[in-house]
Design a protein around this ligand. Structure first.
Ligand code: SF4
Ligand code: SF4
Length: 424
């Protein structure tokens, strides 16, 4: 007997159908179900569960597409022979796409048909969001970002107090809402609350280079829980707060500090879903540091970290998606010289840390994200690194917690902090 369609499943189906334009249909039709993408997924690799195969995570979208848009699927549906999407399915796939997927898109690199699997998994998340089947922790963080302006609940007053404390503690000037500034620096709540030295480091570097910059109290949060939940309306609201602040201040560029998902949201998601203010460049701190060094506006102490092996973790959104691969290596070549060691795999092939895509905010996903982090531990053991650095605070939080979980002695650092401490 066919299961009745509930309000939840109807909402999910409507969203699936809405997401299914020509591009999505082409992608789904192209999939040969060869299963090659499974071997690229760190969740599948670490745990061997066939449900973690990327192609299986897209399955509800494929079913909805077939039943609504293909002749055979429509006939089967009419005859009651098609497998309908049920509430139980939504619950199952909610775990798969929110807890066992970091939307790292490494699977797309190996797909012989060039299918953008990460994007399709985002579409599945959109349907889950429309049906209200989102992990409670993740949704609670999104609501906090709506109401308070920060997924960690950092109020405007707490943010300002924190900035004042950072400025005093690190003896660095942090301009706030400075009219006429050219660069708007945007940080995540993780940086502000858990890695304050990162904010101090950015300020130290920009001040040293003589950059005309500011932070904005109205556009203070870089991270976007609308993207993690895959709710397009929330995504627009959060992006809009920063764009509005940038417009009001008249800046020429928005510089994302150490956050990969934010960089992706501002650079690629925003132009695809909303009107973005013209003439504002989107950049990332690692590119800015590289350009400042190349231009001679900052000078680094050569070999400042050359006394022990240092490795770099390539973040999915900054390096694989964003292509900022040579920039951190150029900085590390100066800072660590021959002590710099690549991880295997690295660069665009790098394996995700396991905490991205909102996974780190979901308590129930902890066993999964720590299980996949074991592979990063193996990679660091293999190259003998004593320090690992990165340019994403989300990855840094995952590494900090993962290294503690495995009792590894590897030191975890933000590259920006390392650069700031090595300024001549
Ligand atoms: S590798 Fe590509 S074609 Fe093969 S199953 Fe995965 S998504 Fe489909
Ligand atoms: S996007 Fe990353 S985590 Fe998600 S299925 Fe693909 S490889 Fe796995």
């Amino acid at each position: 007997m066919t299961a009745p369609t509930t309000t939840k499943t109807q909402a999910a189906l409507n969203a699936f159908v809405k997401e299914t334009g020509g591009w999505v249909a082409g992608q789904l039709e192209a999939c040969t179900r060869c299963g090659l993408c499974a071997e690229a997924c760190h969740f599948y690799q670490a745990l061997g569960n066939p449900e973690y195969a990327p192609v299986w995570k897209m399955e509800p979208l494929r079913r909805a597409y077939q039943q609504r848009f293909t002749i055979s699927g429509r006939i089967k549906s009419a005859l009651g022979l098609a497998k309908p999407v049920t509430d139980e399915d939504l619950g199952r796939w909610s775990v798969l796409v929110y807890e066992a997927c970091t939307v790292c898109n490494k699977c797309a690199l190996v797909c012989p048909m060039g299918i953008q699997i990460g994007t399709l998994i985002h579409d599945v998340r959109t349907a889950m969001s429309a049906a209200g089947v989102v992990p409670a922790d993740l949704h609670a963080a999104a609501l906090k970002q709506v109401e308070i302006g920060s997924p960690l609940g950092v109020t405007a007053e707490a943010w300002r107090e924190r900035l004042d404390w950072i400025a005093e503690e690190w003896e660095v000037e942090i301009p706030v809402d400075k009219p006429g500034a050219e660069t708007l620096a945007v940080f995540t709540s993780i940086e502000v609350m858990k890695f304050p030295e990162n904010l101090a480091a950015v300020a130290t570097i920009l001040n040293k280079a003589g950059e005309n910059w500011t932070v904005a109290s109205q556009g203070r949060e870089a991270v976007n829980f609308g993207v993690f939940e895959s709710d397009p309306e929330l995504t627009k609201v959060f992006l809009g707060r920063v764009f509005d602040a940038a417009k009001a201040l008249g800046v020429k560029r928005i510089m994302i500090a150490e956050c990969g998902h934010s960089y992706e949201a501002f650079r690629w998601t925003a132009p695809n879903i909303m009107d973005v203010p013209p003439g504002i460049e989107i950049t990332h701190i690692v590119r800015v540091m590289y350009e400042l060094m190349k231009a001679g506006r900052i000078k680094l102490k050569a070999g400042a970290y050359a006394d022990a092996p240092v490795t770099f973790h390539d973040s999915c959104k900054i390096q694989r998606r964003g292509g900022l691969i040579k920039e951190p290596r150029a900085l590390l070549k100066v800072l660590a010289g021959d002590s710099f060691r690549e991880m295997d795999p690295c660069r665009e092939q790098s394996q995700c840390c396991g905490g991205g895509g909102g996974v780190i905010s979901i308590k129930e996903a902890d066993p999964l994200r720590f299980a996949v982090f074991g592979m990063k531990i193996d990679q660091m053991k293999a190259n003998g690194a004593q320090t690992v650095c990165m340019v994403c605070s989300n990855c840094r939080l995952q590494f900090t917690e993962g290294v503690a979980q495995y009792n590894s002695g590897v030191k975890v650092r933000g590259l920006t902090d390392m650069v700031a401490k090595a300024l001549e």
